[in-house]
Design a protein around this ligand. Structure first.
Ligand SMILES: [Zn+2]
Length: 78
């Protein structure tokens, strides 16, 4: 017995929704990997790498309070 066309369409849509959800999940994972790869701020004192200037500034202020802040961090709102 063949299924009515309408039902087939709904099943197809559900399948697509599942597929899209899977892709979304994958994209989120890729973004995380990309963020991990983008550790572009290297501490000038101890060479620790950090993903963003905010983290870098917080690191710098807590780990090297006696070292003058690098000029590129002066404007960063930590
Ligand atoms: Zn450091």
């Amino acid at each position: 017995m063949a299924q009515p066309r309408g039902q087939q369409k709904i099943q197809s849509q559900q399948k697509n929704a599942k597929k899209q959800a899977g892709q979304k999940k994958k994209q989120g994972h890729d973004q995380k990997a990309a963020a991990k790869a983008a550790l572009i701020y290297t501490c000038t004192v101890c060479r620790t790498q950090m993903p963003d200037p905010k983290t870098f500034k917080q690191h710098f202020e807590s780990k090297h309070p006696k070292t003058p802040l690098p000029p590129e961090l002066a404007d960063v709102q930590a």
